[in-house]
Design a protein around this ligand. Structure first.
Ligand code: DAH
Length: 343
C-alpha cells in the first residue's frame, strides 16, 4: 500500500508539472482526483489495510493529499501568471493621461504679469472682501456715487463679521482692484511700480457682456517726476507685447474719481488703406489725483504717478474672438479645450 501511494504521488506530481496550460491541468485533475480517478480508487483500498497498519498508512494518505493539492494550486497560479503576461499586447497604442491647461482668462493674467515683471513692476494682491474706505472713499469716490448704491455693490451684513472702525466703513466685495492701489501706497515707499491681478464683484445682471464676478488687472506707478508720457509709453508697449505689434492706440479723455486727467484707451489693428479702423475700448487710466495721494499720506508736491485698470476677460475675448462672456464661467470642457495648447 505504502509503495502504491508513493508511486502514485510521483506520477501525479510529474503530470501536474508537465501540464502546459489550464486545460491540460484540468484533465490531470480529472484523471487523478475525479470521481473515477486513480486517487479515490487508491483511497478505496484503505478498507483492506490491516488494522495495526492503519495509523501509519492514514498519515501517509493525508500527506499525499496535501502534497498533491499544493502542487495543483501552485501550478494553477503559475499558469495564470504566464497567461497574464502573454496577454500584454505591446503593439496597442499607449494610454495617455489628458493634460490639464490654464483657463484662457488665467492665460491672459499670467502673460500680462510676465510682461510687467520684465518692466520692473512688482506684483501685489489685496483681499476680495474690502472696506468701503479702500474701495471708495480713499479713491475719492463721493458718497452719492452710483457705484456705491446697494443695487451695484455686494455689501457684507454688518454683524456677520467683526465691524470695522468708523473710518473704514462697511465691508463689501470689492467692485474693482483699485483698492489695491490704496493698500500699496499705505505700506510701500515710492518709487512704486506695482500690478495687482484679482477677482472683483458687481451686482450686474448676467448677460453676454456682464458677469457678477470677473477679473481685473490694476497698475500703479508713483515716484518723483512721473508723467503722462510714461503712462502712454508703458501701456502701448504692454498691449503690443500682449496682443501684437501692429496695434494702434487712442487715449480718449474720460472721468474716473481717482485720476485727473483720466482716459480710456482704445486699440485697433492696422487696416488696409481705405478700410475703416475698428476701435475697441480696453483700459481705463490716468494720473493719480493729488487728493488720493493726500488720502494715503503722500505729498503731491513731491510725488506724482499714474494708474490703470483693465479686464483680462475682455482681452481673452478679443484675442480668441469669443462672443459671449458667460462661456468663461460655464466650465464646458469642449469650450475650454480650444485654448489648451501648451506653451
Ligand atoms: N477701477 C476702474 C473700473 O473698475 C478702472 C480703472 C480706471 C482703474 C482708471 C484705474 C484707473 O487704475 O486709473 O472701472
Amino acid at each position: 500500500m505504502k509503495d502504491q501511494i508513493l508511486t502514485l504521488q510521483a506520477e501525479v506530481l510529474a503530470a501536474i508539472s508537465a501540464a502546459a496550460d489550464a486545460a491540460a491541468l484540468e484533465s490531470v485533475r480529472i484523471a487523478y482526483l475525479g470521481r473515477s480517478g486513480s486517487i479515490p480508487a487508491l483511497l478505496e483500498k484503505m478498507r483492506d489495510v490491516p488494522k495495526e497498519e492503519r495509523p501509519i498508512i492514514g498519515k501517509l494518505v493525508n500527506e499525499f493529499k496535501t502534497t498533491v493539492n499544493e502542487a495543483f494550486d501552485s501550478r494553477k497560479n503559475a499558469l495564470q501568471d504566464s497567461a497574464d503576461e502573454q496577454s500584454v499586447d505591446a503593439t496597442l497604442p499607449g494610454r495617455t493621461q489628458p493634460y490639464g491647461s490654464l483657463h484662457p482668462v488665467q492665460q491672459v493674467i499670467e502673460r500680462s504679469l510676465e510682461i510687467f515683471r520684465r518692466l520692473g513692476f512688482a506684483i501685489n494682491e489685496g483681499p476680495e472682501v474690502e472696506s468701503e474706505f479702500n474701495n471708495f472713499d480713499a479713491l475719492n469716490t463721493p458718497k452719492d456715487h452710483p457705484a456705491r448704491a446697494e443695487q451695484d455693490t455686494f455689501y457684507i451684513l454688518e454683524n456677520a463679521l467683526k465691524p470695522l472702525g468708523d473710518k473704514e466703513g462697511r465691508r463689501l466685495l470689492r467692485t474693482h482692484t483699485s483698492p489695491v492701489q490704496i493698500r500699496t501706497m499705505k505700506t510701500w515707499q515710492p518709487p512704486i511700480r506695482m500690478v495687482a491681478p484679482g477677482r472683483c464683484y458687481r451686482r450686474d445682471e448676467i448677460d453676454a457682456t456682464h458677469l457678477m464676478s470677473f477679473f481685473q488687472i490694476e497698475g500703479l506707478a508713483i515716484g518723483e517726476g512721473v508723467t503722462l508720457a510714461d503712462l502712454k509709453g508703458t501701456l502701448e508697449y504692454f498691449f503690443r507685447e500682449l496682443l501684437g505689434q501692429d496695434l494702434q492706440f487712442r487715449f480718449r479723455p474720460h472721468f474716473f474719481p481717482f485720476t485727473e486727467p483720466s482716459f480710456e484707451v482704445d486699440c485697433a489693428r492696422a487696416t488696409k488703406p481705405g478700410q475703416p479702423v475698428k476701435w475697441l475700448e480696453i483700459c481705463g487710466c490716468g494720473m493719480v489725483d493729488p487728493q488720493v495721494l493726500l488720502n494715503v499720506g503722500l505729498d503731491p508736491e513731491k510725488y506724482s504717478g499714474w494708474a490703470f485698470g483693465f479686464g483680462p476677460e475682455r482681452i481673452a475675448m478679443l484675442r480668441h474672438e469669443i462672443p459671449d462672456l458667460r462661456t468663461f464661467t460655464e466650465n464646458d470642457v469642449r469650450f475650454l479645450q480650444q485654448f489648451s495648447k501648451i506653451g
